[in-house]
Ligand binder design. Structure first.
Ligand SMILES: *[C@@H]1O[C@H](CO)[C@@H](O)[C@H](O)[C@H]1NC(C)=O
Ligand SMILES: *[C@@H]1O[C@H](CO)[C@@H](O)[C@H](O)[C@H]1NC(C)=O
Ligand SMILES: *[C@@H]1O[C@H](CO)[C@@H](O)[C@H](O)[C@H]1NC(C)=O
Ligand SMILES: *[C@@H]1O[C@H](CO)[C@@H](O)[C@H](O)[C@H]1NC(C)=O
Ligand SMILES: *[C@@H]1O[C@H](CO)[C@@H](O)[C@H](O)[C@H]1NC(C)=O
Ligand SMILES: *[C@@H]1O[C@H](CO)[C@@H](O)[C@H](O)[C@H]1NC(C)=O
Ligand SMILES: *[C@@H]1O[C@H](CO)[C@@H](O)[C@H](O)[C@H]1NC(C)=O
Length: 415
């Protein structure tokens, strides 16, 4: 009786479960594939983020430590913050005021060459005889240099996208979305290093033949050569595109609202801003001393307890006067492995302060229409589909009609 009664109901139930399982799977799949970065990248990001938040906590705890009504007891500040062991270690050392075993406090910052950088730069500009010898040699050449991109053209903004040699699809999608602004006086070029991979190089040459927007340099393309890439970009901008008032350095996994950025720049020009160095600013960022971390830096290479305030590498907006000064000062500054920190060190020596842009996000901005009306940039768009989606939301387009068509058109072109 019971088994008979169950048969009808149970098949229904089973089907129900089956459908639910499929639905859940689909939902999870959509959610997971919308995730921004590959795993190893994410982990590194999280570690950096945690360290950043922790350093903020430590700083705020220290700032309030002189305050009588502060709820923190000085000697337990570090413990009560639930810090990672590494940060806890730093925290306790600074708490004891130790510099012997800890790191040198930033107010004692020194970095080769110890010279008056502004003085040097103005001497170099006036072609005075400078006897100081450069310490950062840049023997690399431009394998592909599309100098015509800036010639005879009214350029308002030069966008240099640091891209990996094998990221063909990302470049294609950028050209198709936020990079397609040539008529508005925007020149977008992709900065690449070299590759021993013959097939890759062949495809890059084809790509360049087709679009003419590849700026390839002779050093080996690798994450830890990003400083060489940025320095090469600075050189090129100064020598071949200095009529552009602004230069933006960005990465190929960034979403950028080009016309909002142009508005932002227009506004700055109205106030004749000089020495512009802007983006998502990291105040008093702490060097990471964990050897497993992507951003590990040894005590020998950087002995101070924090970096100069810097603008995160994925979005560095600079005015051309600053770019020119950087290009002149860089040969006289010791190379540093992370390009954003390196720029901040040179900027510090030139007495140029970075400033923060609220509309630049170093984490992935969630898709919502209101938000996309205001943000200028967001990181984490390494999948061509998510970049396209973000772009459509930004343009307030509907996904169902023209969207599908363009996706198909795109996938035909990219393969
Ligand atoms: C001390 O901290 C309290 C609460 O955190 C704050 O209201 C007060 O202004 C602080 N005093 C000083 C001198 O910083
Ligand atoms: C702070 O904490 C230490 C140890 O936890 C304790 O010995 C000291 O009395 C505390 N100081 C104050 C002002 O509460
Ligand atoms: C620290 O971590 C422990 C366990 O992980 C938790 O119980 C505690 O509430 C945390 N304290 C703070 C201040 O976050
Ligand atoms: C520049 O200075 C160096 C030594 O300081 C000297 O050898 C050289 O001749 C000078 N060059 C010019 C053009 O004055
Ligand atoms: C760029 O936009 C124009 C229209 O504004 C369009 O005709 C062209 O096909 C676009 N280029 C790419 C690469 O999508
Ligand atoms: C950076 O480029 C130089 C020159 O091509 C190369 O010798 C070096 O191995 C590269 N660095 C990394 C980390 O790949
Ligand atoms: C600007 O670019 C032109 C070539 O386009 C070059 O001759 C000039 O020296 C550059 N200016 C500076 C300050 O580098």
């Amino acid at each position: 009786m019971t088994s008979h009664a169950c048969r009808g109901k149970c098949t229904g139930l089973l089907w129900g479960f089956f459908l639910m399982a499929i639905l859940t799977y689909l939902l999870l799949y959509i959610k997971l594939t919308n995730r921004n970065t590959p795993k190893h990248h994410m982990t590194a990001y999280w570690l950096q983020w945690i360290a950043f938040m922790d350093s903020k906590k430590i700083n705020s705890a220290f700032d309030s430590s002189n305050n009588e009504s502060s709820k923190f007891n000085d000697s337990i500040n570090c413990i009560s913050q639930n810090l990672t062991t590494e940060i806890l270690d730093l925290c306790q050392k600074s708490e004891r005021g130790a510099t012997d075993n800890g790191f040198i406090p930033f107010n004692k910052f020194e970095y080769p060459l110890e010279i008056d950088m502004n003085d040097l730069v103005s001497n170099l500009k006036t072609a005075k005889n400078v006897s100081i010898k450069p310490i950062f040699s840049y023997p690399y050449t431009f394998v592909k240099s599309p100098t015509w991109m800036c010639e005879y053209r009214d350029v308002r903004l030069l966008i240099l996208v640091k891209s990996g040699v094998s990221h063909f699809k990302r470049r294609e999608m950028i050209r198709y979305t936020w990079g397609n602004y040539t008529e508005s006086g925007v020149v977008t070029l992709f900065l690449l290093g070299s590759t021993p991979h013959v097939m890759f190089q062949r495809r890059i040459l084809q790509e360049h033949h087709h679009y003419g927007d590849i700026l390839q340099m002779s050093f080996f393309d690798a994450y830890y050569n990003n400083t060489l890439k940025t320095v090469g970009g600075i050189k090129w901008a100064r020598n071949h595109c200095n009529q552009s008032k602004f230069v933006l350095f960005t990465d190929d996994d960034f979403y950028i609202a080009t016309e909002l950025l142009l508005k932002y720049i227009e506004n700055m020009q109205r106030f004749e801003r000089t020495s512009v160095y802007r983006g998502a600013m990291w105040k008093r960022g702490r060097p990471i001393r964990n050897e497993l971390n992507k951003w590990y830096i040894s005590r020998q290479d950087y002995p101070f307890d924090h970096y100069p305030d810097f603008v995160a590498a994925g979005f560095m907006l600079m005015s051309i006067d600053f770019v020119i000064d950087l290009d002149l000062a860089i040969p006289y500054t010791k190379k540093f492995i992370f390009d954003d920190v390196f720029i901040s060190i040179v900027a510090y020596k030139l007495h140029v302060q970075p400033s923060h842009m609220n509309s630049v996000h170093i984490n992935k901005f969630p898709y919502n229409r209101e938000g996309f009306r205001q943000i200028i940039a967001s990181h984490g768009y390494d999948r061509t589909s998510t970049l396209q989606q973000a772009w459509w939301i930004h343009q307030n387009r509907h996904l169902h009609k023209s969207g599908r068509k363009s996706i198909r058109a795109y996938s035909v072109r990219a393969t």
